[in-house]
Design a protein around this ligand. Structure first.
Ligand SMILES: *[C@@H]1O[C@H](CO)[C@@H](O)[C@H](O)[C@H]1NC(C)=O
Ligand SMILES: *[C@@H]1O[C@H](CO)[C@@H](O)[C@H](O)[C@H]1NC(C)=O
Ligand SMILES: [Zn+2]
Length: 296
């Protein structure tokens, strides 16, 4: 077997395993009655679970702030095709839009480049990740699979009436939540990613947030809450968070999980790294200079 054949077989296995994972990723019939506390398998036994509380800065009051690391290597490029004439599935526990024409390139904390292809996006209201303990009104997960390996990368984008602004969002409008017919949607996904400030980037390794909670997810969290109008949000809240017959009206978000031994990486400009380095250098210089003064 030559390299090319091996690559093709690996690619085939990876695709199949991702597709099997995908069916589970937003399984119908998942119960949010206990916000995930009664789920089994890795959901109960894993130590690298998602979602988590994202500490926004070193000085944040988050319990995870001591495991936040600044990094100037993190980078994200997103390229989405035009989501034309797509369908949205109502899985009961979420809305999911399958879509394969899009990709992302991600440079991790070690400057390693990985590329992923989009599979689908789906919604959680309120948000699953919290930010210094704060929930946003809506979090959308753009689920991507690695081009050559088995892992997933999920981009988290948040929407909030207060922090993003109370105005209609074109991306949400395109989902036609006010209609029963969820076919023939045209969704301006690339416009959303063009508007996002992708420099506000956080990254950690975690899991699917629904059973089987497989720990295969590179989380790429862009912290730039987008606008959504309270009228748009109402369609989602009526379905989950304000719907007592759905999980006692909790919403379709899993409880945040302990970070344990993991780190959360926060993107900073190379210049910011340099300035802390410069500060350190000048500190060393002053120390050395004082030592010389004292000695002589
Ligand atoms: C749903 O919307 C699509 C696109 O607008 C249209 O082609 C289709 O006929 C509609 N289906 C129903 C059942 O109304
Ligand atoms: C409330 O939740 C139940 C159970 O999931 C669902 O059947 C019903 O359609 C929901 N109500 C609304 C307004 O979405
Ligand atoms: Zn999700």
């Amino acid at each position: 077997m030559d390299k090319r054949q091996k690559f093709q077989i690996l690619y085939f296995i990876a695709t199949i395993s991702v597709l099997i994972g995908l069916v589970d990723a937003n399984a119908e019939g998942v119960s949010y009655d206990e916000m995930g506390a009664d789920w089994h398998e890795a959901c109960a036994s894993g130590s690298n679970q998602s979602p988590i509380d994202i500490p926004l800065s070193m000085k944040s009051s988050s319990a995870n702030a001591n495991r936040l690391k600044k990094n100037d290597k993190l980078d994200l490029i997103v390229s989405q095709g035009i989501m034309n004439n797509v369908i949205m599935k109502d899985l009961g526990t979420t809305y999911q839009v399958p879509f394969i024409d899009g990709a992302l390139a991600f440079w991790d904390e070690n400057d390693e480049l990985e590329t992923y292809q989009i599979l689908q996006f789906h919604v959680h209201a309120p948000s699953e990740h919290t930010f210094d303990g704060k929930f946003y009104d809506l979090e959308i997960h753009f689920v991507h699979k690695h081009f050559t390996e088995g892992g997933l990368a999920v981009i988290s984008v948040q929407f909030d009436v207060e922090d993003g602004g109370n105005q209609d969002n074109d991306f949400i409008t395109a989902l036609r939540l006010n209609q029963k017919n969820l076919t023939g949607l045209n969704i301006p996904a690339m416009k959303l990613f063009e508007q996002l400030d992708k420099s506000k980037l956080y990254h950690y390794q975690g899991s699917l947030t629904t059973p089987p909670c497989s720990e295969i997810v590179t989380w790429i969290v862009v912290h730039d809450p987008q606008p959504i109008s309270s009228a748009q949000l109402k369609y989602l809240d009526d379905k989950w968070k304000k719907n007592y017959t759905f999980a006692h009206g909790h919403g379709n978000n899993r409880l945040v999980q302990p970070l344990n031994e993991r780190y959360v990486y926060m993107r900073v400009d190379p210049s910011q790294m340099d300035s802390s380095q410069m500060l350190w250098n000048s500190f060393l210089l002053i120390t050395l200079f004082s030592a010389i003064l004292i000695l002589f």
